[in-house]
Ligand binder design. Sequence first.
Ligand code: AMP
Length: 412
Amino acid sequence: MQFKELGLNKPIVKAIAEKGYENPTLVQEKTIPLVIDNKDVIVSAQTGTGKTAAFALPILQRLFDKQDASKKGKKTRALIISPTRELAQQIEENFNTYSKYTSLKTGIVFGGVSIEPQKVMLRKGVDVLIATPGRLLDLHKQDFVNLDFIETLVLDEADLMLDMGFIDDVNKINRLCHQQKQTLLFSATMPYKVVELAKTILKDPIKIEVTPTSSTVKGVHQLLFYVPKEQKIELCMHLLKNSIKGSLIIFRRTKYGVDKLEKILLNNNYKVDSIHGDKSQDLRQEALQKFKKGEINILIATDVAARGIDVKNIDTVINFDVPNISETYVHRIGRTGRAGQNGSAFSFCSADEKDYIISIQKLINKQLDVIEDHPYPLDPQAKPEVHKSPNSSKYRKGRKSEASKNKKKRWY
Ligand code: AMP
C-alpha cells in the first residue's frame, strides 16, 4: 500500500517521501484512515512500529484540510499528551518533519525547563501542541493555554502515563477539552487500568492491535547468562572487552545502579553516559544527543527514562538487571534489530531473578539461549540472597519514601 492511498495529500506525502518512508507500516495502514474519518481509536503498539506517524500524519491531514485562515492567534486544535519530556520532543520532531510543506505550526511544553519561552510560543499560537501533563496544566492555570478548540486529543504511551501517576491529570485535561473531540489512545501494553481509562474517555473506540509481543523480538539474538549478582560488573566488562561491538544500551532497575555502573565504565575509559529521572532535562538531552551522534557508544538507563526513545541502529541491549515485569523485557530488547536489522540482547540473571526469566519466556513463548561458557558462572544450587536488616521488623511496614507517600509523581 502507498501513503497516497491512505488519503494523505500532496504536501504531506512529499515530506514523507523526503524522509525516505516508502510504504506505510502496519499500524499506519490500520490507523490513518480511521483517524481521518474522525473515529476514536485505541491502538496497542510499541515504539518502533511507526506509531507516532500513525497519529501525526492524519492529524496534520485533518488540520491541513481545514486550515486557520488568520495567521494571528492560531487556535490549537490538536493536543498530544506524552508522559516524558524525551518522548514529547520526539513527537515534536515527527510533526515538524511531516508538516514541512504546510504552514501548520507545532509547539511543545514540558517541565524541568524555563516556562517563559513556552509562554511566548503559546502567545504566538500553534496548531498542534505536544505536552507533558504537569506543565500543560500549569500553563492552563496561568491562562496561557486554551483547550476549547481541541478537535483531537492523543494520549501517547498511556500505560506509562498511568504508571507514573498521571491519571488525575489526564482526566482533568480530558475534561478541559471539548467533549465532542476525537480521542486517540496509544499504549504499548493494555493493562486493566488503561482499559478502564479508555472506557471513561473514549467514545465507541475502534481497537487496533499490532505486533504481538513475540514477533517484536523475532530478529533479536537473545542470550542469557546466569551470573552471581556481585559478579555482573565483571561479566559486563568481560563482554565489553571480548564480544560486544557497536552501540549499546545497558538497562538497570535503579538510578543508583545506573550511576554506579557509569562510574566504573568511565574509570575504564569507555565512552559512556546515562539517563535517569534524577538527571536534569539538559543532561538527559545531552546524553541522548551524544549517543545518537555516536560520540559515545554506551548509554546506561533506567526503564522509564529510556522508554520510547527512538535511537536507531542499536546493536546490543544488556539487561544488567532482569526486569521483574516481563513486558519491560520486550520493550528493552525491542530497541535492537530495528528496521529489519538483527540485534543482540544479553540478560544477566542472578539467583534471585530466575523467576523473572521464567515469566519472560512464557510471555515471548521462547526459551532464551543460555550461555554457559563464560568466566563467572552461577552455581546452579545458589539460593537467592535474603537481605535481613537487624531491624527488619521495624521497617517491614511502610517502606514507601516520604516522596511517594506525598504522591510525588516522578518516582523513577
Ligand atoms: P515510532 O514507532 O513512531 O517511534 O517510529 C519508529 C521509527 O520508524 C522512527 O524512526 C520513524 O521515523 C520510522 N518510521 C515511521 N514510519 C515509517 C515508515 N512508514 N517507513 C519507514 N520508517 C518509518
